[in-house]
Each structure stands twice: as structure tokens, then as C-alpha cells.
Design a protein around this ligand. Structure first.
Ligand code: SAM
Ligand code: SF4
Length: 319
């Protein structure tokens, strides 16, 4: 369905957990965030009900995220349930990849189409630093497993940070040349720890492009990413630029948090709580609530005007 500004809303990001096996410095504090209790988290049955209601409103594309979605017990069975719903045309996941190797085949069989894997550095010491102890080999094993079982096209999410990974831009690009891997450079947003001046500095997409002469802009967008390519490269290079090139005008998504709150926009505190409605056992009411959330989407975010409305981290909202 269309929102109040004429945008067709066809995409829902579903956070299946606020927990994570890593502690990326721009996302979570070292001690982690207070986890929601198991009773607060949406059950698989309720996630399925929400998706059925959303499909009826024309939402056809779904992405599971978190926290770390692969840290949620039974995730393969949730994929199985969602993949069977008529009208779910695309089912993807964003993951740090470190728990993927063992589950990739089962996820693919259950109906997961593809994954985005987040890796901000290809150097062992820096990966360990930014993730506070993450295992880069485990993430690489996840990448290889995704390619092997066909969780493709595979995208690598890279949050670009000045003074951290700006000297690795060419290494990431090289990956997209030699392998069927699409690199997505994402501008750091002042959300969660990154909103608290924790030392990591935003690097604009334009600054990255200046380091990449000869890139050819493709005449297509992939969601909110602008896509480029080097001739002969197996993969593409995309830029997701929420800070420097606001893409609110083409935003097509709403978000569902792990505890059942619908967020019309990542950057506002506005939420519609579905928990009570789910208890009422009336799926028409559920549809009305989702419709209401879509109609409450604002026209644009105000991060560039200094607004930092969201005190929760991406792991809590569902990145
Ligand atoms: N744990 C999974 C992962 O890391 O891919 C899924 C959840 S994570 C919150 C989703 C994406 O949000 C990751 O690619 C992460 O790098 C990104 N992210 C987290 N905080 C961010 C921020 N402040 N600005 C930009 N991207 C951010
Ligand atoms: Fe976990 Fe993903 Fe946040 Fe890193 S970015 S702490 S992997 S939720």
C-alpha cells in the first residue's frame, strides 16, 4: 500500500532478537544492552501472523535482522514458516556471518533467499578491535558457506569510518572484482554508540567514490543503494548514504522490533505496539495497526539538522 506521501511500502525488516554474540563499538556498549526477557520477545507464531497481515497490505519483501538473527534459537524453523506464506516474494537476512557456516545449508533449504554479511575490516586486528573480539575467520567461513549453498546475490555490508577502514576501501573493492560479492558501503549514522561520540567518524560516500576512479554508475538502484561497477568485475559496489544523500523519498520500508513494536521510520521514536493487538486474536485489527504505522511514516529524517531522537542502538531497533 502507499503511505501518506505516495511511497509504495513493500518491505519489512523484522528483528528476531536484540541479543548478539558480538559488541561492535559503534553499535553496542562493551557490557551489551539489557536484553529483553524471553517472554517479551515475539514468538515465531506471532511473527508469522504479522507477516500474513502485512502480505495482505502488499508487503512482499522481508529481511530478518537483529541483534544477531542467527543467535535466535530455532531460526531455521521461522524461515520455513515465513517462506511458505503465499505472497512472501523475497526472504533475506542481515547477519554478522560468524554463526552462518553450520546453518547455511539448512537456511537455504528452509527457503531463505540470500544474506547480507557485515564485515567492517578485512584485517584480523582491526576486525577484532571493532567487534570487540569477533572472529574474522568465522565471518569468512560464513561468506564461503553462503556462496557455496547459494544464499546469493551475496552482499557485504561495510560501515565506512574515517580513520578506521578508509585505507581498506580498495581491498573491499578488489573482493567485488574477483568474486561474485556485492560490496555495500554504508555511512555511519549517529545511532546507538555512534551517536555518543565514541571516536568513530563518519566517512561520506562521495569521499569513498573519489578514491575509486573509473567506477561506472549503473542505471539502477538496489533498494536505497546507488550501484556502481568496474567493467569485468563479478560483483557490484553500492553506496548507502543516509547522511549525505538522504533517500527518504524512496524509502519503502517499515521495521518490526523484537518485542513487537512497529517503527514507521528508523530515525524517530514513534512506535506502534502490536503486542496487545496480538493478544486480541483478531487479525483484521492487526492489519489496521500495520496500515496505521505505514500512514504515520514521516516524509524525511532530520539527522542532518542535529536531531538524535533515537536512544536505542541498531541492535535494539533491528538494523
Ligand atoms: N548483527 C547483524 C549484523 O551485524 O549484520 C544484524 C544487525 S546489525 C544492527 C545490521 C547492520 O547495521 C550492520 O551492517 C551494522 O554494521 C549496521 N549498523 C549498526 N549500527 C550502525 C550505525 N550507527 N550506522 C550505520 N550502520 C550501522
Ligand atoms: Fe551485533 Fe550486528 Fe550490532 Fe555488531 S552490528 S554488535 S554484529 S547487532
Amino acid at each position: 500500500m502507499k503511505d501518506s506521501f505516495g511511497r509504495e511500502i513493500s518491505y519489512m525488516r523484522i528483528s528476531v532478537t536484540d541479543r548478539c554474540n558480538m559488541r561492535c563499538k559503534y553499535c553496542m556498549p562493551e557490557e551489551g544492552v539489557e536484553n529483553l526477557g524471553h517472554d517479551k520477545i515475539l514468538s515465531f507464531e506471532n511473527i508469522e501472523r504479522i507477516v500474513r497481515a502485512a502480505v495482505a497490505l502488499g508487503i512482499t519483501k522481508y529481511r530478518l535482522t537483529g541483534g544477531e538473527p542467527l543467535a535466535r534459537k530455532g531460526i531455521v524453523s521461522l524461515i520455513e514458516r515465513l517462506a511458505k506464506i503465499e505472497g512472501v516474494e523475497a526472504l533475506a537476512m542481515t547477519t554478522n556471518g560468524t554463526l552462518l557456516e553450520d546453518q547455511a545449508e539448512a537456511l537455504k533449504k528452509a527457503g531463505l533467499d540470500r544474506v547480507n554479511i557485515s564485515i567492517d575490516s578485512l584485517k584480523y586486528d582491526k576486525y577484532e578491535e571493532i567487534t570487540r573480539g569477533g572472529d574474522l575467520d568465522a565471518a569468512f567461513a560464513g561468506v564461503n558457506a553462503a556462496l557455496r549453498v547459494g544464499l546469493t546475490p551475496l552482499k557485504l555490508n561495510v560501515v565506512a569510518m574515517a580513520g578506521f577502514n578508509d585505507n581498506e576501501i580498495l581491498d573491499f573493492v578488489q573482493l567485488s572484482i574477483n568474486h561474485p560479492i556485492d560490496i555495500r558501503f554504508i555511512e555511519l549514522m549517529p545511532i546507538g554508540q555512534a551517536g555518543k561520540n565514541n571516536g568513530y567518524r563518519y566517512l561520506s560516500s562521495d569521499e569513498i567514490k573519489m578514491k575509486l576512479p573509473g567506477l561506472i554508475r549503473l542505471d539502477k538502484q538496489d533498494g536505497v543503494a546507488d550501484i556502481y561497477k568496474y567493467p569485468e568485475a563479478l560483483g557490484s559496489i553500492g553506496f548507502i548514504s543516509p547522511m549525505s544523500h538522504q533517500f527518504c523519498g524512496s524509502c519503502n520500508k517499515i521495521r518490526l522490533t523484537a518485542e513487537g513494536k512497529l517503527k514507521p521510520c528508523l530515525h524517530t521514536d514513534e512506535e506502534i505496539d502490536l503486542k496487545e493487538i496480538l493478544n486480541m486474536d483478531d487479525d483484521e485489527l492487526l492489519k489496521d495497526a500495520i496500515r496505521n504505522a505505514i500512514l504515520r511514516k514521516g516524509d524525511k529524517h532530520h539527522l542532518n539538522d542535529g536531531a538524535k531522537p533515537v536512544d536505542r542502538s541498531m541492535s535494539q531497533i533491528g538494523g
